[in-house]
Design a protein around this ligand. Sequence first.
Ligand SMILES: Nc1ncnc2c1ncn2[C@@H]1O[C@H](COP(=O)(O)OP(=O)(O)OP(=O)(O)O)[C@@H](O)[C@H]1O
Length: 588
Amino acid sequence: MASKKREVQLQAVINNQSLWDEMLQNKGLTVIDVYQAWCGPCKAMQPLFRKLKNELNEDEILHFAVAEADNIVTLQPFRDKCEPVFLFSVNGKIIAKIQGANAPLVNKKVINLINEERKIAAGEMARPQHPEIPLVDSDSEVSEESLYESVQDLFSIAIIKPDAVISGKGLEIKRKITTAGFIIEAEHKTVFTEEQVVNFYSRIADQPDFEEFVSFMTSGLSYILVVSQGSKHNTPPEETEPQPDTAPNKPSEDQCEIEAKVTPGMMKKKRDSLQEYLERQHVAQFCDIEENATNVSKFMETFFPDFIKTKSMKLEKTLALLRPNLFHERKDDVLRTIRDEDFKILEQRQLVLSEKEAQALCKEYENEDYFNKLIENMTSGPSLALVLLRDNGLQYWKQLLGPKTVEEAIEYFPESLCAQFAMDSLPVNQLYGSDSLETAEREIQHFFPLQSTLGLIKPHATSEQIEKILNMIKEAGFDLTQVKKMSLTPEQIENIYPKITGKDFYKDLLEMLSEGPSMVMILTKWNAVAEWRRLMGPTDPEEAKVLSPDSIRSRFGISKLKNVVHGASNAYEAKEVINRLFENPEEN
Ligand SMILES: Nc1ncnc2c1ncn2[C@@H]1O[C@H](COP(=O)(O)OP(=O)(O)OP(=O)(O)O)[C@@H](O)[C@H]1O
């Protein structure tokens, strides 16, 4: 009898809106099986729910429910679907959804969320700010579209133009935008292609100097910002006194012409609009504002295709570290697990930690009697440090890691990485994760300090190749700190190639680089000099095809001379030549 009763009570039956609202008052986690009246709740998952209920034994904070989509307004997007949907509500907030009867995934989700609740209750962690997910069926085209429509209405696009970026005004304009209460929701740095300028600025294509405008817009880096209104947008602060760095700049003759051509056609004047505000701030000539829904959607599709998806995410970076024994013995298993958990590995490097670094990373064990042994172990051989990125990445990684000691992990959190990757050599978690966003930033900066290098795309590259190369650069994780098209003088070429001026091919090189403008770039990331040389590939494109088939020179190089790209040979040379070629080399 008792077991029958338990079976009946396993899932609360929610078949109208008021029961739904009541259910949202549950404390802790509620796993909701959303079903259609005609097919009933998902029977296949019930054994799993029963197992979880019995094994976790957390009736106060773990609840199960079945909810009939047909009778609950909130669940309207899930009506008439054949596939079951499982929603996860924590303290009344729907924070996750799994489509389909995916038992392993549901199992893992419940265990993770309950572990989280346990830790919160024990005061071991603060409640993470899981974003509430939108209740839409992911197969539903209609709901995605309507969401997209509202996106176009809600956001404007700001384009900070190449002359502003190259002169270091980009940061100042972004600051002005945010100070006025607007919110920069997303940012993309790009060098426009001719095709894009013609497409995005089609409304002014019949203006007399449009060709010149296209050439200006493709001459260097632009920043494209998605801007939302924010709450204070009706009262942008006026500057009472002119500030030295924001005083109206006397535009050059060129800029005046461009402004005269572009501004009237491009801008939609509106009281208190971003456009009007930038005009009052005397920076409107450097930044176009696009508010027309069709054009906003064009920009979104081209530069922010995942905007809707990523908007509801809280993308966070964390530092992760595999201690020496784990790195030596099971590196590949750990990296596979990391990828399976949807982390993107932004950087990785192996390094032998100094004693000081090991002590900082092992602070949580400093009062343990095995602390010295731990430090000895940590400095005994290479560890693997990683920068990981994921939605809610910091907390999620900490949660996967589990407790700090193997003993506790094996007893209470057998699913945790601490338990799974335990090694006899140490009683502690073989993996490390930063414990706050501030610590993560500091640790990432320490282990992966940024470096800048000079990159150059030679004049013979076609515009299609330039576009592809810029994409490869971004894919490889470089930040395009500065980019400008320039016709190099013999003196500048000598600065770029200080070591080969005596070679017999130098004359050919001079001639080739004088054939037209080159794209000169400051590329920034950890280990940029070496990483850029790796991405370029060997000098000779034929050799590159064999040794590094995915490299730029392998894909686009013609000959040793016409090998498409150049990179500084070392950090010193990079710094020297960057300072000679750019007036404002710092990121802005
Ligand atoms: N044998 C050669 N014949 C013709 N051109 C050459 C030859 N060797 C080098 N070059 C040209 O001179 C450039 C600089 O030569 P260097 O030996 O410094 O090559 P690298 O360090 O691989 O290339 P880079 O400095 O451009 O990154 C090469 O990128 C190439 O365009």
